[in-house]
Design a protein around this ligand. Structure first.
Ligand SMILES: C[S@@+](CC[C@H](N)C(=O)[O-])C[C@H]1O[C@@H](n2cnc3c(N)ncnc32)[C@H](O)[C@@H]1O
Length: 243
């Protein structure tokens, strides 16, 4: 998401400080302590400006809702939206999906939302797609068995490619549609979705359920594209993991 640098970002973040988990790794294995009566933990990856996050958390007060975003200028808008609604069951992580296993213990997440992620159309950057096999393995490490990934995108090619990846990664597919709103608006729309819907673009959606695998596929830490935010980024002499 390209965004103009927001003036007053830090004071605005400070005003929403109670919603921000500053050290998500310290929360690993302890997320439910934030809401002991929560019936489930839902995690949204790349929440952007967060109209989906705010609406979902409001509609599901018995759920602990965590929103992850690596662009603070977008995330602060999401935080302000949730604060304005007075929500007590939503928290934010300023971080990268590549580090999810540092933030969450095995099985700690019941449901994961990936909405309108960047398609990274070129093969050169395919590994950055949030439905790339390396990310699907990563998610297995935080999702419980039977947990779901709910995936929406406007991008036809990314969707078809992802439909091929999920089963290979040990997820069973259901609720596959290439025109979610054909019969009228279904579910909560994200900021991007609202724009595409107004333009008449059809929305793709599927649910991928984590199946038990024995043995689990090997996990190789993911190297993020941003060296400033990824201390594990290899030097020129370090291999970047296997395909
Ligand atoms: C196209 S926007 C969609 C935002 C929102 N989900 C929506 O549908 O309105 C994709 C968002 O995902 C975030 N994002 C992309 N890759 C990410 C990653 N590896 N970790 C965390 N956030 C990421 C981007 O910063 C951006 O805000």
């Amino acid at each position: 998401m390209r965004m103009r640098k927001k003036p007053n970002l830090l004071p605005r973040m400070e005003r929403c400080a109670q919603l921000l988990i500053r050290d998500p790794a310290a929360q690993r294995g302890r997320w439910r302590e934030l809401k002991p009566d929560a019936r489930a933990v839902w995690l949204e990856i790349g929440c952007g400006k967060g109209s989906f996050s705010a609406e979902m958390a409001e509609r599901n007060p018995d759920v602990l809702y965590i929103a992850l975003e690596r662009v603070p200028d977008a995330m602060v808008i999401a935080m302000e939206r949730c604060q304005a609604k007075g929500l007590q069951n939503v928290f934010f992580i300023d971080g990268d999906a590549a580090h999810l296993r540092d933030y969450f213990a095995p099985g700690e997440v019941d449901l994961l939302y990936i909405n309108f992620c960047d398609p990274w159309p070129g093969l050169k950057h395919a590994r950055r797609r949030l439905t790339h096999p390396q990310f699907l393995v990563l998610y297995r490490g935080v999702l419980r068995d039977g947990g779901e990934i709910q995936f929406k995108t406007d991008n036809h090619d990314l969707f078809e490619w992802s439909l091929f990846q999920f089963p290979k990664g040990g997820y069973s597919l259901s609720q596959v549609t290439r025109d979610l709103h054909a019969g009228g608006v279904r579910g909560v729309m994200t900021d991007y979705e609202e724009k595409f819907y107004q333009l008449g673009t059809s929305i793709n959606r599927c649910v991928a359920t984590k199946e038990h695998l024995d043995p689990e596929p090997a996990f190789h830490p993911i190297v993020g594209p941003d060296p400033d935010r990824d201390p594990r980024r290899p030097t020129e002499n370090t291999p970047s993991g296997s395909d």
